[in-house]
Design a protein around this ligand. Structure first.
Ligand SMILES: [Fe+2]
Ligand SMILES: [Fe+2]
Length: 284
């Protein structure tokens, strides 16, 4: 058992992903969905409490400055995947998938449905941004539903009551409908809470088509892609591209229960795929 520090309430980083998958379990009624708190164990609840309290506009800007210039290191996609695989928490190796297996499982589900190669490669890299955890970032700055900062919090975000503890709640300019943004200014101008989505988007954006960039950047923005919140900040282009975000989300959420991917068998395909899109090393 590892020593659990205060800012790491989740036993494993993937407990958050599992909570989201349960929250949107297929066939759930609207009423069951609204009762999402029943699916959240105390560690998940504590995780959201921290996430909503600490993700301020200032925090987001400082993390973007720190990571989004990609001046940390140069590594291949595979080196990063291997590095992410060293993230072992309290998971059970017999039943829990490794990080690479989750990526392969997502990508394989996309491939089986006959989607284009850029869609499959997006599935394969989508969670690589979780290496932020290995850089020493707390769980609440790596995973969690993302949401805009610098404007009013939507009540479509889970656990909205936890925003009361966020210092931005006391800044009136950040708490009206548009906050620091212009109507329909486009999400590219909107700062979302910081996490693995923004980081993998920044690291891979030069190599992937726009549809894939949207999938990576907004895959945890559930308030928008699942519940239609924040349309007043979105552009027409965002609206169009969110079709792809929604398409992608099904694979992220529902590929998990499937059988363990036959890694050795499919690896050559993924080596080819990755080298088709990415140079040997990219900036992180
Ligand atoms: Fe993710
Ligand atoms: Fe994922």
């Amino acid at each position: 058992m590892q020593h659990r520090v205060d800012n790491a309430p989740l036993q494993q980083l993937d407990d958050w992903d599992d909570f989201v998958a349960t929250r949107y379990r297929q066939g759930k009624s609207e009423e069951e969905f609204r009762n999402y708190k029943a699916d959240a164990n105390p560690t998940v609840t504590e995780f959201y409490r921290q996430n909503h309290a600490h993700q301020t506009l200032d925090f987001v800007l400082s993390k973007k400055a720190e990571y989004c210039s990609l001046s940390r290191e140069k590594k291949s996609i595979w080196e990063m995947a291997e590095y992410l695989n060293t993230l072992v928490d309290d998971s059970d190796p017999d039943t829990d998938l490794t990080q690479i297996e989750h990526l392969l499982q997502t990508a394989e589900a996309i491939r089986k449905d006959g989607h284009p190669r850029w869609f499959i490669v997006a599935g394969f890299v989508h969670d690589l941004g979780k290496v932020l955890c290995l850089y020493g970032e707390p769980q609440w700055a790596v995973v969690g539903d993302t949401f805009p900062v610098g404007c009013r919090y939507s009540d479509q975000i889970v656990f909205p009551e936890f925003f009361a503890a966020n210092p931005d709640s006391d800044i009136p300019d950040y708490q009206n409908r548009y906050g620091i943004y212009e109507p329909n200014c486009g999400l590219d101008k909107v700062h979302l809470s910081f996490g693995h989505d923004e980081y993998i988007y920044q690291a891979t954006r030069s190599y992937l088509p726009e549809e894939a960039q949207y999938m990576l950047r907004y895959h945890s923005f559930y308030a928008a892609h699942r519940h239609g919140a924040y349309r007043h900040l979105m552009s027409e282009q965002d609206e169009r591209m969110f079709e792809w975000v929604r398409k992608f989300n099904l694979y992220d959420l529902y590929s998990k229960g499937r059988e363990r991917p036959k890694t050795r068998q499919i690896l050559p395909y993924y080596q080819d795929l990755v080298s088709d899109f990415f140079p040997d090393k990219i900036a992180w």
